[in-house]
Design a protein around this ligand. Structure first.
Ligand code: ARG
Length: 457
């Protein structure tokens, strides 16, 4: 047992209590942020005349040495300490003597851990933004190559109207772009420094909170010390945004799993991103997509856990808040891995363009266009809808499609059909006539791709 307190106690902490209370097993990953914050805090104490120049130098030098030694494997994090803060302070004091005991002047572990976690989460937000940026690059690459790769568009998972692979990928570009914007937005709100809040009521020392906030890259110090130590909104916002990222990845995964099925065969997942079966030799399974879909539940769970931890907590710090870490770390790690793996899978996936086009031809995806054709010939839309409905029924009975039906047979259903119907219901016409911005027509799509590329530059 190695703890920072004990003066007012007459008994030793029960071993089970100690273990239950300790957080070093997971907060050790905040070591870098803890030392970074402590160095700035010590420098500020020195500038304010609270520490002598010599003490300041001993402390900052000692802290930098600890970080270096841990990073180079010369110093192991001793998990018998209560938390990472106690470990650092104990090693510092062991190394530099009494000056080490002055580091914690004007500070509490409450503002210290609030700072560490904010610094760590800030990095994670930035990293998520970068990873999403790479996913967008892969998407735009696929879009550029597939403005005339025809495929069926679905509603109710039933073939609806033809579109292109570029257009389908563009929908995901929009989703992941919004995810990026959410990261950038969270960053703006979270970039406030809790250091100097003390346990809850600030301190009596003349701290320079503007200085520490600036040195640590924050926009300014938190303006209420109680809120500073007990605010976890930024983590909740981040976990919400990560949950939305996972929801998008999960929808995309689901489509890839469907497209990879024997019934669809729209895609072939690269061998490097598939797995086999121990019993069925023919199997090549889309495990990565399935795992990404599955891990979505765990990230939602992390968000729910933290929302529930925070609910009903009175001001200010409560030990419940220690529970923010494992949930947040789990979500950070899971989402990072999922974006990385998904991006790799997508970058190497093979789209079977002929299969997609063939599928778009079947299933009467051009029925709307056949009706629009009749409207062009002066038939009211509702009537045209009925005519094409009968045409579809006829085709189903004859096991054929509108574009393959002889004109004579079409004219038995309506004499408004003429030779130009075949061009009107070809895949290319169906898609390319959809020209308004946001639609799959080639010209519209090319404008959108240009906007995306400009954005990614
Ligand atoms: N491990 C603690 C946490 O993560 C550090 C803060 C401890 N503060 C306290 N008053 N016991 O929340």
């Amino acid at each position: 047992m190695a703890q920072l307190w004990g003066g007012r106690f007459t008994k030793k902490t029960d071993e089970l209590v100690y273990a239950f209370n300790a957080s070093i097993g997971f907060d050790k990953r905040l070591l870098t942020q803890d030392i970074e914050g402590s160095i700035v805090h010590a420098r500020m104490l020195g500038r304010q005349g609270i520490l002598t120049q010599k003490e300041t130098e001993e402390i900052t030098g000692g802290l930098a040495g600890i970080l270096e030694d841990v990073e180079h494997g010369k110093l192991a994090i001793d998990e018998s300490f209560e938390d990472v803060h106690s470990f650092v302070e104990a090693v510092l004091t062991e190394r530099i003597g009494d000056a080490g005991k002055k580091l914690h002047t004007g500070r509490s572990r409450n503002d210290q851990v609030a700072l560490d976690m904010r610094l760590y989460a800030r990095l994670q937000v930035q990293q998520t933004d970068l990873l999403l940026g790479r996913l967008l690059e892969v998407l735009v690459g696929i879009m550029e190559e597939n403005t005339d790769t025809y495929m069926p568009g679905f509603t109710h998972l039933q073939k609806a109207q033809p579109l292109t692979l570029a257009h389908h990928m563009g929908a995901y570009f929009e989703m992941f772009h919004r995810d990026r914007l959410r990261m950038q937005d969270i960053l703006k709100r979270m970039n406030i420094c809790p250091l100097g809040a003390g346990a809850l009521a600030g301190t009596t020392y003349p701290l320079d909170r503007e200085y520490t906030a600036g040195e640590l890259g924050f926009d300014g110090p938190a303006l209420n010390s109680m809120d500073a130590v007990s605010d976890r909104d930024y983590l909740l916002e981040f976990l919400s945004a990560l949950s939305i990222v996972m929801m998008h990845l999960s929808r995309f995964s689901e489509e890839i799993i469907i497209w990879n099925s024997d019934e669809y065969r729209f895609v072939e997942i690269d061998d490097a991103y598939s797995t086999g079966s121990s019993i069925m030799p023919q199997k090549k399974n889309p495990d990565i997509a399935e795992l990404v879909r599955g891990k979505t539940g765990r990230v939602y769970g992390d968000l729910m856990a933290l929302l529930t931890v925070m609910k009903g907590l009175p001001l200010a710090y409560n030990k419940d808040m220690q529970e923010d870490k494992e949930a947040a770390f789990d979500a950070f790690d899971t989402v990072r891995d999922c974006i990385l793996l998904f991006t790799g899978m997508l970058a190497t996936i093979k789209f079977r363009k002929e299969r997609m086009a063939e599928s778009a031809m079947k299933g009467f995806t051009n029925a709307t266009d056949a009706a629009d054709y009749l409207v062009g010939k002066g038939v009211p839309f509702r009537e045209a809808h009925g005519i094409v409905g009968r045409l579809v029924l006829y085709c189903i009975e004859k096991n054929t499609s509108i574009d393959k039906l002889p004109l004579s047979e079409m004219r038995e259903i309506s004499d408004r059909f003429e030779e130009d119907i075949y061009d009107a219901v070809s895949l290319q016409t169906c898609v390319d006539k959809r020209l308004t911005i946001g639609a799959p027509g080639r010209e519209a799509m090319e404008k959108v791709i240009a906007i995306y590329k400009e954005y990614l530059k």
